[in-house]
Write a protein that binds this ligand. Structure first.
Ligand code: PLP
Length: 388
């Protein structure tokens, strides 16, 4: 029995606590929508929360994060992300989504242009919009999964202020190569741009690949805000925890200015859970990635064999983004829900686009669950698509 075997899925608890996923659909639906694991968090994390509850002191925390949390984050980045980080370069946030919004708020003025990739998670575009910035899209090829590095230069204007990197890339599951990151950093250096590097998925990489942190690339550290989280690696989405690393004091001052502690405090219980994750539960994360690689292989093979499905093998993340022949994303999502009772996310669609126009025709499937659940889901999807 492993921590990630089928019998570790607690449907009773998921229906009670997984409000946005298992609690949202009728009982016969398999939800593969939110990138939020179905496994219970590591015992070390649960114990840390329980100990704090027993201690019973819930005072105000420190501005920008508590020392124990920021120490753990700095060690984690230095030891596992390939660049050196000190606690005063860490700023705690209530999740990476908030960190993205803060980054845009801190660095953009209304009318500033920001380069981002298409498709990509909607949180990038939303954060830019909220800050009054203008999205400038660079298409990532579905055929080759390559970024248009040459074309990036043509997108730069005097108003361009920032480039956004999502690595590993949600939804294609690409893990960016060093030459790709270098080209993006070089562009930022040449045109004096800030870089928002969302590395929330950086622990979930497969086949022995190395995730390369943007800030470790020459020229990047002074202009990069690196964003890390706990939702994906440690199954802590509902604790709303993340952090920003800013090695440039000027950048850190901008973040602090945009998020004064009295308005942006981060929950102390979450920070203690985050500390325990990084200090004590790394073995859990490693076991989780080993499990996920097996599920990734299985789901990829199954989808590859289905009629009308065009799929690429993710190098990282636990999302897969097949294109369904002859249907819009919305049609495919609805068809699979109606015929297979499997809930997935549409790649694109009005009025809300999850991944931008580049996601049209695709659906996103999340596979951070047990092999048994994915077997059942794949059987149902195959049966539904075979009827077409
Ligand atoms: C690329 C990316 N950034 C940020 C988030 C949100 O992170 P958090 O749960 O820490 O707010 C997600 C969640 O799916 C994501 O995929």
């Amino acid at each position: 029995m492993s921590l990630f075997s089928d019998d570790q899925i607690r449907f009773d608890l998921l229906r009670k606590y997984s409000i946005n996923q298992w609690g949202r659909y009728p009982k016969d639906v398999i939800p593969l929508t939110a990138a939020d694991p179905d496994f219970r968090a590591a015992e070390e994390i649960r114990r840390a929360i329980a100990n704090m509850a027993v201690d019973g002191v819930f005072s105000y925390g420190g501005d920008g994060g508590n020392p124990a949390f920021r120490d753990a984050c700095a060690r984690h980045v230095t030891n596992r992300k390939g660049f050196s980080c000190s606690p005063d370069e860490v700023f705690a946030t209530s999740g990476v989504a908030q960190a993205m919004m803060l980054t845009c708020k801190a660095l953009l003025k209304p009318g500033d242009e920001v380069i981002l990739f298409d498709p990509v998670d909607f949180l990038f575009g939303k954060s830019i919009d909220i800050a009054g910035g203008r999205q400038v899209l660079s298409k990532v090829s579905w055929e080759t999964l390559e970024f248009d590095l040459e074309g990036l230069k043509e997108l730069v204007t005097p108003k361009t202020k920032m480039i956004c990197i999502c690595n590993p890339h949600n939804p294609y599951g690409r893990v960016l190569r060093r030459d790709e990151l270098k080209a993006m950093v070089d562009l930022a250096v040449d045109h004096d741009l800030w870089i928002m590097s969302d590395e929330i998925w950086s622990d979930i990489v497969y086949d022995g690949r190395e995730h390369i942190a943007t800030a470790s690339i020459e020229g990047a550290s002074n202009r990069t805000l690196s964003l890390y989280g706990f939702s994906k690696t440690f199954a802590l989405a509902g604790l709303q925890l993340g952090f920003i690393v800013a090695q440039n004091p000027e950048l850190m001052a901008k973040v602090k200015g945009a998020a004064p502690g009295y308005f942006y405090p981060v929950n102390n219980v979450s920070q203690e859970a985050g500390r325990a994750s990084l200090d004590e539960a790394w073995h859990w994360a490693q076991g989780f990635v080993r499990h996920l690689q097996g599920v990734r292989d299985y789901v990829y093979e199954r989808l590859s064999d289905m009629p009308g499905v065009d799929v690429r093998k993710p190098e990282g993340t636990y999302v897969i983004f097949p294109k369904i022949d002859g249907m819009t994303s919305i049609q495919a999502t609805k068809y699979i829900m109606d015929e297979a009772q499997v809930a997935v996310v549409p790649g694109h669609g009005e009025p809300f686009s999850y991944f931008g126009l580049g996601g049209e025709g695709h659906i996103r499937i999340v596979y951070s669950t047990s092999m048994g659940i994915m077997e059942e889901a794949m059987d149902r999807v195959e049966a539904a698509l075979s009827k077409l």
